[in-house]
Design a protein around this ligand. Structure first.
Ligand code: SF4
Length: 355
């Protein structure tokens, strides 16, 4: 049984780390049921999705993330023409959002990022640009001798609408020093995201879990997201992403120790805890069909999730790390999955407005 006082704090949006640790000890189906109840009472029975396309404009990267299976695989950099072709394809397929990210190239300055935004907006001023991780923004700023605020202002002026809250991994420096020592610190991630919100650029938020972090550190991460949201209100959604342990250094180490990727019940507990700890703060919990697979993503919608993410034409980052769930899903299949749990599919835009 879940203690009454914890349920009260969950409903108030004030559940603590200790509450979360207690909740991990209750029977999993009780935890899932609480998360599902909160989901139902706060966002109802619609399950949203977005028609979008990912464009990873380069895999060249000076980063040293130990979990990365994407960097320098082919050593490519898309030309403006190639990017424009992909944008044309996406628009023809009905995409409302372009999610554009890439590796961190040596000697590349802010201009490269601005050129990409202009390439989109020149032809399609109304398509939503959801581009550049906090790490890329930091990289563009430092390589150009600009502040984060100046960089964000330039990006916005040249057409940036929102940003993915990627590069978060686990927002605990002990973990970051092991899995991505060259990356921005927890505080730097918070600073970029907070500055983006203050500049009127909303962001998503993510957590890549299932490598070297503890449950306590996962909870700390989710509570950090809650704190940022309390301050700015600029986060549109939270997306837990299980780590794929194939073709990367951290994964090799884990597999050698006789461990594997996260298990299904563990994934569902993360989704449920996310809904519970972020209640009253972040409305939308996205279940990733790319990482979880279509079947578990559907089940996660019964454990706190209310969004199934994007149709995602082309998703090379997860695929490099061993995800085998495909690079694209049709609207018909997404709706099939949603109707399979008697919920209502709703196409949305990046800011969760119904289309
Ligand atoms: S995760 Fe991103 S920043 Fe890190 S090495 Fe891979 S491409 Fe580079």
């Amino acid at each position: 049984m879940i203690p009454e006082d914890i349920v009260e704090r969950v409903y108030d949006g004030t559940a603590t780390k200790e509450d979360a640790l207690t909740l991990l000890k209750v029977k999993p189906f009780e935890l899932y049921a609480l998360a599902d109840q909160i989901r139902s009472e706060t966002v109802g029975d619609n399950v949203t999705y977005v028609v979008n396309r990912n464009i990873n404009f380069t895999d060249r990267c000076i980063g040293t993330c130990g979990f990365c299976a994407f960097k320098d695989k082919k050593g490519y950099l898309l030309t403006q023409e190639q990017i424009k072709e992909k944008i044309d394809e996406a628009v023809a397929a009905g995409a409302t959002e372009l999610c554009i990210q890439g590796g961190l190239m040596k000697d590349v300055k802010l201009d490269l990022y601005l050129d990409i935004l202009r390439a989109v907006k020149e032809d399609y001023p109304h398509i939503h640009t959801h581009c550049f991780s906090p790490m890329e923004v930091y990289h563009a700023a430092t390589s150009s001798g600009l502040t984060i605020e100046e960089t964000l202002a330039e990006l916005k002026e040249n057409g940036l609408n929102t940003m993915p809250g990627t590069a978060a991994e686990i927002l605990v420096d002990r973990v970051r020093e092991i899995v991505c020592p060259g990356k921005i610190t927890r505080q730097q991630w918070i600073n970029v995201i907070t500055s983006a919100h203050q500049a009127g650029i909303r962001t998503t938020s993510t957590m890549m879990y299932g490598h070297v972090e503890t449950w306590e550190e996962r909870i700390d991460h989710i509570l950090t997201i809650r704190d940022v949201q309390k301050k700015t209100g600029g986060i549109t959604e939270f997306v837990p992403l299980p780590f794929m342990p194939y073709n990367n250094i951290i994964g090799d180490k884990i597999l050698k120790e006789g461990k594997f990727m996260t298990t299904g019940t563990e994934d569902l507990k993360v989704y449920a805890l996310a809904r519970i700890l972020l209640n009253k703060h972040v409305e939308n919990i996205q279940t990733s069909w790319v990482k979880l697979g279509k079947k578990l993503a559907q089940v996660a919608l019964l454990c706190g999730g209310n969004d199934l993410g994007g149709t995602l034409i082309e998703e090379s980052i997860s695929k490099s790390a061993g995800a085998s769930n495909g690079e694209v899903i049709s609207v018909k299949e997404l709706e099939w999955i949603i109707r399979g749990i008697d919920r209502t599919p709703v196409q949305r835009d990046t800011l969760y407005r119904s289309i």
